[in-house]
Design a protein around this ligand. Structure first.
Ligand code: PLP
Length: 391
């Protein structure tokens, strides 16, 4: 065991946890094993709790500013972890989170009726941000090949060339598939966007969750032209399991766009951080890399154990390759349940996964399964499926 015990059960029911306490509302049943929404069942790093305690003892909860330590913490993290030196002046912020900032940028970069290229499947909140802003998604479906997804560059180019296309909105790694884009893929994609003057918005909120053998490459780090042409969103939310505290960092290379963005945030009165979000961000980036490393190893082992279990006991399930994130993307079509799959999993098995249909058409037989939980709980969920199939 490392410094933290990730097998220790932590009762989350009754704590107003969205993942645990909202299952009745979303799945119609209170006693399901919740492996859906993207938060981890693990308590955050003790250093973060100690920093909170120190502030609680001080007692004053007034407005905050971002000090030099806060900015340095972000820059040091990306420099030491990912080899990316973010110019300090490129940093901007979104205290309400990544999706808020994506919406502000869509508003700044488009007119109603414009098109936004997105790879599918993709995170539903990103797709909603586009469609509910009166914009059209130009879909560039990923191609599944041998349990892994590939970008479809042939399909991408005509979408980018369409004069109505103003933005490419992507996620690196992609949620739900966990596909992390390689340097070569990003360079090719970036060149196409530059050639067609399409601005890139890349949601890299899961970027710190790369599995062994995979490397996260920040798109703006590839060239000064791409840095000018990209807005990158990131956060401590997924990396350190701080979703309830919000806060996000936005890296905007284009000075004029950055100024417009900061102006909009000022107008919405959303420029100051939540006090605890700010304390957590600085502490996490400065002191908690070891915590992330332990969680990464644990989740990787969960994935390995699950693959072994599925191979032996649930041959109707197909696990896709997982480059990054803490999700398994699993095709359940081998069970032959068709439309009845969701009901079967919830009502007969008592497990709650995120249905693939939420991430775009063509994913109805898939489930996104959150593996950031105790291994024993994960195995219990799949044992329930096995038992229900035997009935
Ligand atoms: C790809 C992606 N982007 C954004 C978010 C949400 O970010 P925030 O809560 O900062 O808006 C999530 C959460 O699951 C996500 O998976």
């Amino acid at each position: 065991m490392g410094r933290i015990d990730l097998d220790r059960p932590v009762e989350r029911r009754g704590t107003d946890s969205f993942k645990w306490d909202a299952v009745g509302r979303f799945f119609g049943r209170e006693d399901v094993i919740p492996m859906w929404v993207a938060d981890m069942d693990f308590p955050c790093a003790p250093e973060i709790l100690e920093a909170f305690e120190a502030h609680i003892r001080h007692g004053v909860m007034g407005y905050t500013v971002r000090n030099d330590g806060y900015l340095a913490a972000i820059r040091n993290w990306f420099s030491s972890r990912h080899g990316w030196d973010i110019p300090e002046e490129h940093l901007a912020f979104s205290p309400p989170g990544v999706i808020f900032a994506v919406n502000v940028l869509l508003e700044l970069l488009t007119q109603p009726g414009d098109r936004v290229v997105m790879q599918t499947p993709n995170y539903d909140a990103l797709m909603d941000s586009v469609e509910k802003s009166g914009l059209e998604i130009a879909r560039n479906p990923l191609k599944a090949k041998d349990g892994r997804y590939e970008l479809d560059f042939d399909g991408l180019e005509p979408l980018l060339a369409d004069p109505r296309t103003k933005v490419m909105l992507m996620a690196n790694p992609n949620n739900p598939t966990g596909r992390l884009w390689t340097e070569e893929e990003l360079r090719r994609l970036g060149e196409l966007c530059l050639a067609h003057k399409v601005m890139i918005l890349t949601d890299d909120i899961h970027c710190d969750f790369a599995m062994q053998g995979h490397r996260y490459v920040p798109l703006p780090s590839l060239s000064p032209e791409l840095a000018e042409h990209t807005v990158l969103f990131t956060s401590t939310n997924k990396t350190f399991n701080l979703g309830g505290l919000q806060t996000a960092t936005v890296v905007i290379g284009d000075a004029e766009l950055r100024e417009r963005y900061c102006g909009a945030m000022l107008r919405y009165q959303t420029r100051l951080d939540n006090l605890f979000g700010a304390i957590a961000l600085e502490t996490a980036y400065e002191k908690c890399g070891y915590w992330l490393d332990e969680v990464l190893s644990y989740v990787a082992e969960n994935r390995r154990v699950l693959a072994e279990y599925v191979l032996e006991h649930l041959p109707g399930l197909k696990l896709y390759h997982m480059d990054a994130t803490y999700f398994a993307w699993i095709d359940f079509s081998g069970l032959g349940k068709e439309e009845g799959l969701e009901d079967f999993l919830v009502k007969e098995c008592g497990v709650a996964f995120t249905p693939g249909r939420e991430f775009g058409s063509g994913c109805g037989t898939f489930m996104r399964v959150n593996l950031a939980c105790r291994r024993a709980l994960m195995l219990e969920a799949f044992r329930r499926i096995e038992a229900a199939l035997k009935k």
